[in-house]
Every structure is written in structure tokens, then in C-alpha cells.
Design a protein around this ligand. Sequence first.
Ligand code: AP5
Length: 225
Amino acid sequence: MRIVLLGAPGSGKGTQAQRLQAKYGVPQVSSGDLLRDAVARGTALGLKAKAAMDSGQLVSDDIVLGLIRDRLGRPDAANGFILDGFPRNIDQAKALSKLLEDIGQPLEVVLLLDVRRQSLARRLTGRRSCPKCGAIYNIHSLPAGVMTCARDGTELYQRPDDKEEVIDKRLEVYERQTRPLVRHYTRLGLLRAVAGEGEQDEVFERMESAALTRPVSSAAVRVGR
Ligand code: AP5
């Protein structure tokens, strides 16, 4: 399984990547999580990334690409990966193709999670995350009064970039810089769009069928005839 999850902020990439990871044992490689980890550890790279993240802008390509290259070089990614939040623009997509070619792991599919803007804003303002294990929740679906992680009891937190004014900027950056990837991957024959509205289980099932259905190769069609 060598997948890119594409979609606007709040479309459910992280949520569904965690589910795919749990079911298929393939690691979620989230550029946002790698960056947040660098910020939390106060590394030089994290300090450079923080201002861009807090204002909803993209972090520079060289920083993100370095993190992704290191992460994909780890042993657990040798048999596949679920890329979540990377690539974010055409230059990153080209750099990714080159990197995957170098390590002999070409992309199999790009799944686009399609969600209405109105739902995105509601999801993002309501999101709460576990700082310890990374589990993702939402105040709209948590039982009333519960603000701790169901897995480890840690107090949940709100991401600093989930404030309304930053959300608007992130959605604008998505439209301008990331949306062009839809056309890019469509041209390469890799893109499948998945309706991202509805229950998380339903979305997961749609993603599984989209990811696991391979296009029939022209060679197979010829043999079949
Ligand atoms: P990143 O962490 O990648 O954030 P994002 O792409 O903006 O995506 P999100 O994590 O906000 O949303 P998601 O799609 O994962 O949704 P989730 O599953 O959490 O990036 C953050 C920042 O880092 C960027 O702004 C940038 O500065 C930097 N960065 C990261 N990658 C970069 C790159 N490649 N290049 C440059 N800079 C980069 O779900 C959201 C909420 O919805 C949750 O509460 C969840 O419970 C809920 N939810 C999920 N599914 C459903 C459903 N079906 N119905 C109802 N609610 C749902």
C-alpha cells in the first residue's frame, strides 16, 4: 500500500490514515505531525517552521522534503506508507516522484477526500487531539463533558492553527497551492475521488474500495479479449 491522501484541511486525512494504519499495518507519514513534533522538541527546524504553521502558510519545501525523506527511509516504511499532508504543491509532488523512484517504491494511488467547505470549518473548529498518542476527536461527537483521550486518559488540546482566522488562510492556501495536484495526479492516472462526508466508517469503506480497486491494465484487457 503506497498511498497519498489528498484533501483540504479538516477533510479527514489524519483520521482515515490512522484507521488505514491500524488495519493494514502500513505507517501513516504525516508531514504536519512531523513538523509539530519538531516544533514541540524546539529543534532549529521546528523554530523555522513554527511561524509559517501558526499563520496557516506552508512551510518551505526543503524543510518538509528533508523530514519526509528521513521518515520514508525508516525500516517500517519499506513495505509501504500512507502519506498524509504531503505533497502540498506541484514542486513537492515532483520531488516525491523522484524520491520514490530512487527508493523503488512508486505511488499506487492518490485518494482525494472531497468535503464541503462548510463542513471543513465546523470540523476544524471542533477538533481536539491527544498530545500523547495523536488520537483525533471532535467536540461535536465527544460525549458531553469528556475532554480526555479514550486511549490513555491524557487531556485533549486544540491545535493553535485551528482558530477561525488561521483556518480561513489554510483553506485559501489549499485552493491556491494544493488543489492543482488534483489535475496533476489525474493526468498521471493515479487520482480517485472519495466522498468524505458522512460517518467515518462509511468514508473508510469508500476509501478502501477506491484504494484496492486497481485500474485494469491495457495488457490485461488485451489478454482478456
Ligand atoms: P497538517 O497537519 O497537514 O494539516 P491539514 O492538511 O491542514 O489537515 P488537518 O490535519 O487540519 O486535517 P485532516 O484532513 O487531517 O483532518 P482530521 O482527520 O484531523 O498541516 C498543518 C500545517 O503544517 C500546515 O498549515 C503547514 O503550515 C504545515 N505543513 C504540513 N504539511 C506541509 C507540507 N507538505 N508542506 C508545507 N507545509 C506543510 O479531521 C478533522 C476533524 O474532523 C477532526 O476533529 C475529526 O474527528 C473530524 N472528522 C473526521 N472525519 C469526519 C467525518 N467523516 N465526519 C465528521 N467529522 C469528521
